[in-house]
Each structure stands twice: as C-alpha cells, then as structure tokens.
Design a protein around this ligand. Structure first.
Ligand code: GLU
Length: 466
C-alpha cells in the first residue's frame, strides 16, 4: 500500500458552500497538498429530496473561488448506491450482518417495553441469530451485527482517544427494505474505495465515527486517521448562524475579500502555528498539520478577516490583483471596467493596494482613475473650488507644461509655485484634489498626477480653472 495521503471534502449539496464547509475543505486541501497527497471531492447527494444540482454548482464555485482544486472527477455518492448495496450483501454473506424482518410497530413496541422496564431503548432485533429457514417472505432491512460488549476507541488526532461503550451501539441498518443503502454505509464504502487515509471533518460527525468503525472492522478495512474539528462560533460564542451575518463563502467574494486573505483567515479558524497570523499559501502548506488544530470552537472575527485581507491585498502581485478585482466586479454584479479604466488601474495599483482592506475600498481609492472628464465634483470638494482657488489653478497650469513628469519634479514644481504665491502646498492640495478627483479625500495628489499623466492632469485642472 502506498503511504500517500488522501483526503476528501464530502459536502451535502443542500445549499451554498458555507464558512464551516469552506474551512473543512481548506483543511483537507492544505493537509493533502502540503504532503504531495491527493484531495478528492465527493458530493453526498443521497438525500434526493434536499440535494440540488444548483447547490452542487454553488459548492464548486465557492471552492473554485478559494482555489481549492481537487483531484480527479467529482464523485456522486448517489451514483455509487449499487456498490454500497454490494458491501451490505457481502457482510450478509459473511454472517456479519443479517436480515431483520421486524416491522416499525414491533420496534416501537420493543422500545416502549424497554422504557417501561427502565432498560436501554436500543433495539435488539430477534432476527440477529435467527435461522434462515425461519425467514418469512416479507420485507426486510439488513442490519450489521454490532459488537455486544467491549468498547470502541476513536483515536482522534484532535479530540484524543474517545471511548464509546459498545452497549451504546445498535445493530444499525445498512440497507433499507427498498434496497437503498443508508448514509453511514455509503460514507465508509466511499472513503474506503477512494483510498481516503485521513478524514478531517466537523466534530458533529464524531459520534458517526464510532458507528462507521463497525463497518470498517466488519469488512476488515483499515480505519482512516480521524480528525474531528470543532465547529465555528460567532463573535458572541454561539454556534455560527445567519444572525451573525454572511454564511456563504462566496458572499465574502462579493464583499470584496481576496481569496488569499480568506484562505489565510479560514486556516486560522481553529488551527494555529505559533503566533503567526499573516502568512502565504506556501507557508500554510508547509506548516499545516493536525496537531495545530485546537479543541475548542473557533470564533469568527470580521475585524481579523479584514486585517488579513488588507495585508494580502498589499502583498499581492499587481497583475494578479487586477485579475481578481475584475472577477470581484463580475461576482458582485458591478459593471466591468473599460479598457481605459483597466489601463489606468494597472498604473495605480502599486499605491492603491496599500491600505485597502477589501476590493470596494480599493475601488473607492481608485475613483479618480476610473472617472472621466468632466469630473463630477461633490459638495465637499466644491468648497475648495472658490474663485480664488480656481484662479490659482489657472496660474498653475503653465508651470505643468512640457516638463518631466516624475514625482520629484512635480513636488519641486508645486512647492515652488506655492512659494511664489505666498502660500503652502497644503493650500493647493484641496483645489487639486477637487479638480483631479472631484473629492476632498483622495490618494496623494502626486500619485494621482503620476497615474493620470500630464495630458489628463492638465485637462482636468483646466476644466475647473478660470
Ligand atoms: N456530508 C457530510 C456533511 O456535509 C460530511 C460527511 C463526512 O465528512 O464524513 O456534513
């Protein structure tokens, strides 16, 4: 057997990719990719009433946004039902499972009686050891023979050893009377057949692990490494819910968080590497391990997400950021950039990306570059364009002609001009901001002039000068 790591993400397609699911997918992706392993995707679509193709598409989109690429085909659990049934029949043939003809009424009566006697209400089927000759010609389910005594130990990489008395385990149904496999069987057979070595999932599945181990043991299959991760809570310490705001991973794309920032943030939700908060994908891949996963629920903290997001925007390569910004506009249903806007943004990116926590913030700073003449001047900025200042701008324009257009010369020129006019550069900044951006709060005047270039800068100043 190869010792290659194989992980999987196994979402149920009943809605969008939520934050918890995205974090589970990320952990599995990091664990596998960081070890040269495989990361597989299985859609657990056995609940036909609740599973929709739209939800599967949304999950795939969410993963694509987060860059969580999976190996091989997407596996549909539903389509593997015949294989699941085959395993149930195999266990039946091996005598490790049996046909149970008990009706719902009989089971209910058993439970009532057990309750009245103060005994465990776990159903004990009278058919467990029945002779096949006594089998009626009636509908039946196939049940596994649960161990009657002893205990089951889930050796969990996060929770430690979790011991469950086998008297807690019932002869669970593997195959329903209509021949359809139960979910618990499907998960085990799929994980086995897919060669999954590590199951990293929410700790709401911890109890399932004990039941799933019965099937592994009965089939003589190796049990995967378990890592049940604590759920995510809201800032108030309560289980994350709609009340806490956005739950869908892609809602964060629409809010303008870069995927790298989101990955960084999600990886810190329940996992840590010393005091490191900001890190690159390469570092996360190198550092991620199961021992760094904490036992208590992580708290979702929007401030922290914003902070990491800003750091990732600042650290991003300009061209990559431009591409992601374009994808953001599309995801958010905002108008696409024109060629001119794109070209101007490329020039502005080096300083725009400093201090923008999200793409909307970056676009807000980029407003001067995205707008075109005549520049709309807002009320606040208009105050800087009184007659005196407009005349000042008129005097300034000749000084900006035919000269080198670099930061040092522009600074020198504007300072000289201010001095000649018995004023300070600060006095010029307001009217220039208003002329170039139509706003009172803008990026630095020099940054704007450099991005706009001499022609556009002069044209915008001339538009408001008198
Ligand atoms: N389909 C399950 C869920 O979405 C995951 C099962 C598993 O990871 O074993 O919660």
């Amino acid at each position: 057997m190869s010792d290659q790591v194989v992980t999987r993400f196994a979402p149920s397609p009943t809605g969008y990719l939520h934050i918890g699911g995205a974090r589970t997918a990320l952990f599995n992706w990091l664990y596998a990719r960081g070890r040269g392993g495989k990361f597989l995707l299985r859609i657990e679509d056995t609940d036909r009433a609740r599973s929709t193709p739209a939800a599967t598409a949304a999950i795939l989109q969410g993963m694509a946004w987060l860059g969580l690429d999976h190996d091989g085909e997407v596996i549909s659990q539903f389509e593997r039902a015949p294989r699941h049934a085959e395993v149930a029949l195999d266990l039946l043939a091996q005598g490790k499972a049996y046909k149970c003809f008990s009706t719902q009424d009989e089971i209910a009566a058993f439970r009532e009686a057990a309750k009245a006697e103060g005994k465990s209400t776990l159903f004990h089927s009278p058919w467990r050891d029945a002779d096949a000759g006594t089998h009626p010609d009636a509908p039946f389910v196939i049940r596994i023979k649960a161990p009657l005594d002893g205990k089951t130990v889930i050796r969990d990489e996060v929770q430690g050893d979790v011991t469950i008395g086998n008297d807690q385990l019932d002869d669970m149904v593997l195959l329903r009377s209509d021949g359809t496999p139960v979910y618990m069987l499907a998960v085990v057979v799929d994980d086995h057949d897919m060669g999954v070595t590590h199951v990293i999932r929410g700790d709401d599945h911890l109890n399932n692990a004990a039941r799933q181990m019965m099937i592994y043991d009965a089939m003589g299959w190796p049990v995967p490494v378990w890592a049940h991760i604590p759920l995510i809570h809201g800032a108030d310490g309560k289980k994350l819910s709609k009340r806490h705001g956005a739950l869908g991973a892609q809602e964060y794309q629409v809010m303008g968080y870069p995927a790298a920032g989101m990955r960084n943030y999600l990886s810190r939700l329940g996992w840590s590497h010393g005091d490191d908060e900001f890190f690159t994908d390469a570092q996360a891949l190198e550092w991620f391990d199961l021992s760094g996963i904490g036992k208590s629920p992580a708290r979702f903290d929007t401030k922290k997400l914003e902070n990491l997001s800003g750091q990732h925007i600042a650290a991003s390569d300009d061209a990559a950021l431009q591409r992601e910004l374009i994808a953001f506009l599309e995801a958010a249903g905002l108008p696409a950039l024109t060629d001119v806007q794109n070209a101007t943004l490329v020039k502005a990116m080096p300083f725009l990306k400093e201090r923008a926590k999200t793409f909307p913030e970056l676009l807000e700073k980029a407003q001067f570059a995205l707008t075109s003449r005549p520049v709309q001047v807002d009320e606040k900025a208009a105050k800087a364009l009184d007659t005196e200042n407009r005349a000042l701008l008129a005097q300034l324009t000749p000084h900006l002609q035919n000269d080198s257009w670099d930061r040092d010369s522009l600074e020198a020129k504007l300072n000289d001009f201010a001095e000649q006019n018995d004023t300070k550069f600060g006095k010029l900044a307001g009217p220039l901001r208003a002329a170039l951006a139509g706003r009172a709060v803008t990026p630095s005047v020099f940054d704007m002039m450099l991005v706009l270039g001499p022609d556009e800068t002069l044209a915008r100043i001339t538009d408001v000068a008198i």
